[in-house]
Design a protein around this ligand. Structure first.
Ligand code: AMP
Length: 370
């Protein structure tokens, strides 16, 4: 697929050439054609997927091709943070370089004067964070009654950051007739409800599989000091003598160390990781599948090849580096409708990851004190 095939106009194609983008990303491929036709979009996508261009290109093109009208804000992009706002504004600058459209960005935490000066010169496209936008509306520097295209970016993060009331105050200020493009990395119930209340017959665009965790997997979180992790693991495994358990370690070295400790404590186990020969890995796996070994300690990469029908428990000895990995790891248990358990050890320096995981999965992890 090329950008040409997406019916993107010449000035934008030229801008994309400047940026040396060769082919559209999946979200661009899926979202640009319906958005160019004026459809509402419900996009489940994270930053890094190319979603800025996925909404900026159709907006620029539609505005650029429309008959000349009075100057005024015709597109509003609402995003939770100042950094995102600046990035998005730069996107409009780059993709709209060969059009006459004017754009600007407003966000809080800085003097509003330069922002107001820019607004006074007249803009077509406004990128904003909610708080500053409301401030400037209240001071009558901004009117939204000419908006034709509205983007709600990172909706889940907006809610996390407590912007829901601001959004609810902004929505009635927008014209009823408009195109709405709604993006969120995750789709918990609150977001689904919000999107349902503001989108009209949207085209659903999905670029990563929804981070859903099967209901039959019981998830528990242990807050535990790093030095206590091995003792906790030993005591948990001693209580679960006949279960098949997959233990995740972040590093190869760590996997070996964990396996050594378990062996010393009389728990049958094997470690698999990239430093082991293919033969040794294969042997370890077949022993595990045949339930001759109950516990396997693996790194994320080595665990990719493991497909075990009745794996009863996954233990995250170390937190994964990214939240998606958590979903992949624990998805190895609770297969085919069987129940499964996922236990996660979290030391003080790993606590940030808990929030990311909860955001991605839309569920709260149940904490147990070790
Ligand atoms: P975003 O998800 O919008 O933050 O975009 C992520 C990064 O991908 C940004 O640095 C964009 O400049 C870049 N990008 C967006 N679309 C493309 C594309 N079609 N080809 C190559 N890079 C892209």
């Amino acid at each position: 697929m090329t950008f040409n095939e997406l019916n993107i106009s010449a000035p934008i194609l030229r801008a994309l050439e400047n940026k040396q983008y060769k082919t559209p990303t999946p979200i661009q491929e899926q979202a640009i054609p319906p958005a160019l036709n004026g459809r509402d979009i419900l996009g489940i996508a994270q930053t890094g997927t190319g979603k800025t261009a996925a909404f900026a290109i159709p907006i620029i093109q539609q505005l650029d091709e429309a008959p000349v009208r009075k100057r005024g804000i015709k597109a509003l992009i609402l995003t939770p943070t100042r950094e995102l706002a600046i990035q998005i504004d730069e996107g409009f600058r780059d993709y709209g370089r060969y059009t006459k459209l004017r754009h600007t960005v407003v966000y809080g935490g800085v003097n509003q004067r330069p922002q107001v000066d820019k607004l006074r010169q007249g803009v077509d496209i406004l990128v904003a964070t909610p708080g500053r936008l409301l401030d400037l509306i209240n001071q009558k520097y901004i009117r939204l009654d000419m908006v034709e295209h509205f983007v709600l970016d990172e909706a889940d993060r907006m809610l996390d950051m407590g912007f829901i009331h601001d959004i609810k105050r902004l929505l009635p200020l927008l014209p009823i007739e408009k195109q709405t493009l709604f993006f969120s990395a995750t789709m918990p119930l609150t977001i689904a409800r919000l999107s349902g209340s503001i989108l009209k017959d949207p085209v659903k665009v999905h670029v990563i599989p929804e981070a859903s965790v099967a209901e039959q997997i019981a998830q528990h979180l242990y807050f535990v000091e790093k030095q206590q992790k091995s003792d906790l693991l030993v005591s948990l495994l001693k209580n679960e003598l006949n279960k098949s358990v997959l233990v995740f370690s972040r590093t190869k070295h760590g996997a070996d160390r964990i396996a050594r400790i378990l062996t010393q404590k009389g728990i049958d186990c094997e470690a698999i990781h990239g430093n082991k020969s293919q033969g040794a890995r294969q042997r370890a796996l077949s022993n595990f599948k045949a339930r001759r070994t109950r516990v396997i300690v693996a790194t994320d990469i080595a665990a990719r090849g493991i497909d075990i029908a009745n794996l009863e428990m996954v233990i995250n000895y170390d937190m994964p580096d990214v939240a998606e990995t958590y979903v992949h790891r624990i998805g190895r248990t609770g297969r085919a409708g069987q129940s499964g358990t996922a236990l996660t050890f979290c030391s003080r320096d790993e606590q940030m990851m808990v929030r990311s995981i909860q955001r991605l999965t839309g569920t709260k992890l149940n904490a147990i004190s070790a």
